[in-house]
Design a protein around this ligand. Sequence first.
Ligand SMILES: [Zn+2]
Length: 402
Amino acid sequence: MNTLGQTIQQKSKEYEQETVRVLSELIRAQSFSGKEKEVVGVIGNEMKKAGFDNVRIDGLGSIIGTVGNGPRVIAFDAHIDTVYAGDRTQWKSDPFTPKVEDGKIWGRGTVDQKGGMAAMITAGRMIKELGLNKEFTVHFTGTVMEEDCDGLCWNHLIEEENIRPELVVITEPTNLNIYRGHRGRMEIRVDVKGVSCHGSAPERGDNAIYKMARIALEIEKLNDRLISDPFLGKGTVTVTEATSSSPSLCAVADGAGIHLDRRLTLGETKESALAEVADAARRAGYPDARVHLLEYQETAYTGKEYGMEKYYPTWVLQENSPYLEHAVKAYGEVMGKKPLVDKWTFSTNGVTIAGKHKIPCLGLGPGNEVYAHAPNEACPVEHLSAASAFYAGLVARMNGKL
Ligand SMILES: [Zn+2]
């Protein structure tokens, strides 16, 4: 006699080739940020074929496939945009012509993160066929524009579409581990003004580049002072770009600016991070430097303009969360072993779901994150069936069936 966990695992194996086929279709439908229309069409068709109860597209262009109509709501999320292929000569085969070899499927997006999307579609099919759900409305979201602005799509789903699940499972790559958080981030700009004059007599002016150079060195020192968290690690700050202006190359610079990449650990906020940068400018001797948070604003493929500030808050699901307990238990039942519980190095849609809107998140996804954004991106085929088994198992567990 099989336990339900074994049945789920077996079923996901039976559907493994089907999951590979769906993933192949998703890879062929190239979908760079803001250009996801074609892949959304492919996903919609596959969701309908898999027997989803409802499929719709939101104002920003994200696709929402739903199984069940119970009073409680959970969601599984995959962003469906990818980065570009980069230098094609570094790829051993065409990034948009998927191939299966050595137990892996190769192509742009296999790991980050169309593999998660394909596994989600199979999970939805299994939840229906095995009758694993009763209490929940289960949304499977294929979300847009994540690579450009993580969390923007979910800000839209929550604030404009009123979707508020009690739990969101992020299916970004975790190498089949369970992740429960990551550092946040923000993009900050610092500007100072100078006074230009003829380059032949610099003493008449006030060179903005020298001012900014001193501020940049204070930013380097600030990085060493930033706090650390035992789970997430240390907050960091670094200069990623420097710009300047002057009336000519034979004139003292009248303006200079730097762009900062700030990674935020637990306990650091937008306010604290901006205050630290303003303090660094003061330490350099320039309290009048302008420090500000940057904004993202872009047009979706639907034509909708939408944006948010480039503040992506840190989030962590508590170790004693009942949702984490469900996830660990479901993992054990369908995989036959204990999971490693860890964190992502990069940032995900969790920044707005959990960081801003305080909706609990956890994650499990096929593939290893080291292949994300890299040439020859490839995901082990067995990860795909394991992920769909976990998603179906988690729904069964939350319905008290596992
Ligand atoms: Zn991703």
